[in-house]
Design a binder for this molecule. Structure first.
Ligand code: 13P
Ligand code: SF4
Length: 347
């Protein structure tokens, strides 16, 4: 009976996106996940990038990094299963240290999180004493622990402005740093891997050697946008703020994953080009059958794609992979994450 309900629920959303035979298979696995979830008193938090059958079946909450951090801080269950990447599961553990936090895939990394170490941050603080450090949540706990405050794609400008200083160090995403410098007008000491391009001359930022970029979003180009506009002159282009400033400037809208989902829901336009992980385009298409989503599916996040319904079932069955954060690091990282959450609570 439960299986039929889950199948029906998936069919209502995904009949045009996923073949029926696969929907039946996925519904059966989803039911096993739901039974294990109840048995273990678990909550499932899933990022907007999860593939459609997972996204629309087992999560208690879906959202962007900030929304999921808030849920992780507030949920009451004993176990949090995080269908996302490692830094997100770690953030949940930082906020809820007494809960068991499970990540369904052993690795599920992130090119941004891998781009920086705690030692890198310590060196920058020594180079720029007294300048506050804002760190994107797409980092590991030891890096957060060296930071004054964290931010996500949905609150980066609000966080920078909350500090009340003219200069901030913003790590580790070169593009998010530049997009935030443009939005806030602040002097941002930011990472870069190339000399300042002509385009950048009106942004007030200072370059330090770095290599932080999202391996997915750095691939989208202004040419991709121009091609789509030639084919569909009425297309609305949405770009995540991890895209280059040139791409963001050429787009109609830039925002966090949830902000992009809302933008499509609230806008009457018939065609959208979604410049972010492709699975989210499928999820938006399922929710908006009257609108067409163009997406560049040759560009995928290999880390987010590691999380499947099957792995989620095994995570609950085998209690794996348990996320741990050393307590001294957790306490320092907690301050930076909590400070971010509190700022946005006032918005
Ligand atoms: P959001 O916080 O906008 O969901 O972004 C997370 C992410 O990893 C984007 O690549
Ligand atoms: Fe990291 Fe980019 Fe994947 Fe997001 S899309 S998890 S920033 S590699």
């Amino acid at each position: 009976m439960i299986a039929e309900n889950t199948y029906q629920k998936l069919k209502d959303k995904l009949a045009k996106v996923v073949p029926d035979v696969e929907l039946r298979q996925k519904a059966a696995i989803a039911d096993e996940v739901l039974a294990l979830k109840a048995e273990r008193n678990a909550v499932i938090l899933a990022h907007n990038y999860m593939e459609p059958a997972l996204f629309y079946s087992v999560p208690d909450y879906v959202g962007d990094s900030l929304e999921l951090s808030r849920k992780a801080a507030a949920c009451e269950q004993d176990v949090i299963v995080f269908c996302g990447v490692r830094f997100m599961a770690e953030t949940a553990k930082i906020l809820s240290p007494h809960k068991t936090v499970l990540l369904p895939a052993r690795k599920a990394g992130c090119s941004l999180a891998a781009s920086i170490t705690a030692e890198d941050v310590r060196k920058l603080k020594a180079q720029f004493p007294g300048v506050p450090v804002v760190t994107y949540v797409n980092t590991y706990a030891d890096v957060k622990a060296e930071s004054d405050i964290c931010c996500t794609s949905s609150n980066a400008s609000a966080v920078v402005e909350s500090l009340g200083t003219e200069t901030v160090i913003f790590l580790p995403d070169e593009y998010l740093a530049k997009n935030t410098a443009r939005e806030t007008g602040k002097h941002i000491i930011s990472p870069t891997r190339r000399p300042s391009a002509a385009y950048d001359t009106d942004i007030d930022y200072q370059l330090v050697g770095w290599h932080g970029r999202c391996e997915v979003h750095e691939q989208f180009t202004v040419e991709d946008i121009e091609n789509a506009r030639r084919q569909f002159p009425d297309v609305m282009v949405l770009a995540h703020p991890e895209c280059s400033p040139e791409v963001v400037a050429a787009a109609d809208y830039s925002g966090s994953t949830t902000a992009m989902i809302k933008y499509v829901q609230d806008n009457p336009a018939p065609h959208y080009l979604i410049l972010t992980e492709c699975a989210m385009g499928d999820n938006i298409a399922a929710e908006n059958p009257d609108k067409e989503m163009l997406r560049l599916c040759s560009i995928r996040c290999p880390h987010m794609n590691e999380i499947t319904l099957e792995d989620t079932r095994e995570a609950l069955r085998q209690n794996r992979y348990v996320i741990e954060v050393p307590e001294d690091i957790r306490q320092r990282a907690y301050r930076a994450v909590k400070r971010m959450i509190e700022i946005n609570a006032k918005d």
